[in-house]
Design a binder for this molecule. Structure first.
Ligand code: SAH
Ligand code: SF4
Ligand code: F3S
Length: 479
């Protein structure tokens, strides 16, 4: 592969390094050079987001930057002068979807040779993916990673004015960059980053390599953003991090996440959510704060991954089946109404039938409200990807189906408990299919479709539940 001078390519070896270096918080890094300020005048951009909420929130920053450069958004790639795909690398099928999309959008470059085709996000942090893009997808002329969103103006300038292919992916650990522009996609619900990166290094997971070292935002910056959101009329915020429980450890913030949650609750925004919590460092103080404040929602996403101790150990999850169950029941004892969801991986290398059975047993005991279940996908560069695997894809698929049938059954039972009850729903919007039908979420994160008059998106309304399904509830508004 020929590389151009000035290109910065991802380097897996570098990405694996972690140092004790203090986190740098940069407040002045984002500046738009004067020659770039009108770069997007008369030009349209199309932005598509894959993956988790971290990417959703990054896309809001990308949109904010592009709109400061005077680009305007469009709904269809056919209308765009700039196509940007913000990608996810968590499993192979996530990547295949993106590569397929890049291939199918190539036709647009034929009819519009000036089209800028950009790829960013977690796939851009992967060495092998960038090699493939550079060699086989020559119509992609802009590639940048998760650590340098703030460099988008300069990189675009290189492509648009310098007529160069621009590639800049940093493999260093990453700083915290404040004061980036943002265009929020929602009017009533907002994402708030509280930390970036992940240092847990679960052996199957690519995120510590694509998102860099775990680093927290200063508490004052997070709280200021939330105060502003409240002033702007937002009803719900979700505090985001790969593992929110370890918030503040790097900055030696006393009280850590429990303290941040409490300070957030005191601001008085109606609904506070957070994701994701790793079971390993879920403190008693956190449970206490969640239970004490009505505006911290009684819903916790608590990924277990497996119910088998040996598999959990090889995964590097740092807890046992018994420790997970102890935490689960502690939460339920203090907050019986609290809904709990989870993530589970089946078919981790060499998982035996007996080990899979331990996962089913755990699901039967916990009766989760919701679960996200996956077949293990080997990720280049992670320790698990180097393990030999004796389990066939057929067996993995059968286990996934069995697991899904199992948790679905309990999710339905959980929903049945809502029949006849009155719940508070934050309205997302009107149904596209039926008049006077609205949808939104309960405090426990259940999707509700309900009939009602005089309803507006963003309202919190009372709804009586009249029917239940596995993945949603039906109801009618109570005045
Ligand atoms: N930080 C979160 C997880 C983020 S990734 C946490 O630890 O809870 C979301 C989910 O994707 C994980 O919980 C896991 O279930 C799944 N996942 C991650 N890597 C995977 C892989 N290589 N194959 C299959 N599923 C994976
Ligand atoms: Fe991945 Fe584990 Fe970090 Fe979650 S905690 S992002 S699963 S390494
Ligand atoms: Fe995907 Fe990156 Fe999120 S790999 S799940 S977009 S952190």
């Amino acid at each position: 592969m020929k590389t151009q001078p000035g290109w910065a390519l991802p380097n897996l070896h570098e990405a694996q390094k972690r140092t004790q270096k203090e986190v740098t918080i940069e407040k002045s890094l984002f500046q738009i050079p004067s020659e770039v300020r009108t770069l997007g005048q008369g030009k349209k951009y199309y932005l598509r987001t894959y993956g988790c909420q971290a990417n959703e929130r990054d896309s809001e920053t990308l949109a904010g930057i592009l709109e400061e450069l005077m680009f305007t958004p469009v709904e269809h790639p056919e209308q765009a002068d700039l196509i940007l795909l913000n990608t996810c690398a968590i499993r192979k099928n996530a990547e295949d979807k993106v590569l397929g999309e890049i291939g199918s959008l190539k036709r647009l470059k034929r009819s519009n040779p000036d089209l800028i085709f950009g790829l960013c996000g977690c796939m851009a942090q992967e060495e092998d993916v960038v090699q493939v893009l550079l060699e086989k997808y020559r119509h992609v002329n802009l590639i940048f990673g998760t650590h340098n969103l703030h460099r988008l103006p300069e990189l675009l300038y290189e492509v648009m004015v310098g007529h160069k292919r621009s590639v800049e992916v940093l493999s260093k650990e990453g700083d915290v960059i404040e004061n980036l522009p943002v265009r929020r996609f929602g009017k009533h619900k907002a994402w708030v980053n509280i930390m970036y990166g992940c240092d847990k290094f679960c052996t199957y997971c690519i995120v510590p390599y694509t998102r860099g070292k775990e680093r927290s935002r200063a508490m004052a910056d997070v709280l200021q953003e939330i105060r502003q959101l409240k002033q702007d009329g937002y009803k719900e915020i979700t505090l985001l991090g790969q593992n929110v429980n370890s918030y503040g450890k790097d900055l030696h913030i006393e009280g850590g996440f429990a303290k941040l949650l409490e300070e957030t609750a005191k601001i008085g925004i109606e609904r506070i959510r957070f994701t994701t919590s790793h079971p390993w460092d879920f403190s008693d103080e956190m449970i206490d704060v969640i239970a004490r404040y009505d505006n911290i929602m009684p819903f916790i996403h608590l990924p277990v991954q497996s119910g088998d101790d040996e598999i959990l150990k090889i995964m590097g999850r740092r807890y046992t089946n018994a420790q997970y169950l102890t935490l689960f029941h502690k939460i339920k004892e203090r907050m019986p109404e609290c809904a709990i969801s989870t993530d589970i991986i089946v078919g981790f290398p060499n998982e035996s039938e007996g080990q899979f059975q331990h996962t089913l047993d755990l699901v039967k005991e916990c009766q989760f409200d919701n679960a996200f279940t996956f077949i293990y996908s080997p990720r280049e560069g992670t320790p698990a990807a180097r393990m030999a695997d004796s389990v066939s894809l057929e067996v993995k698929q059968r286990r996934l189906a069995e697991l899904n049938a199992c948790w679905n059954q309990y999710a339905h039972v959980k929903n049945e408990a809502y029949l006849g009850k009155v719940v508070k729903v934050l309205v997302d919007g009107a149904s596209k299919k039926k008049a006077n039908v609205w949808s939104g979420y309960t405090e426990t994160n259940k999707l509700v479709n309900f009939t009602g008059e005089h309803v507006t998106a963003g309202d919190i309304v009372k709804v009586k539940i009249t029917a239940c399904k596995t993945f949603s509830l039906d109801g009618e508004q109570i005045l």
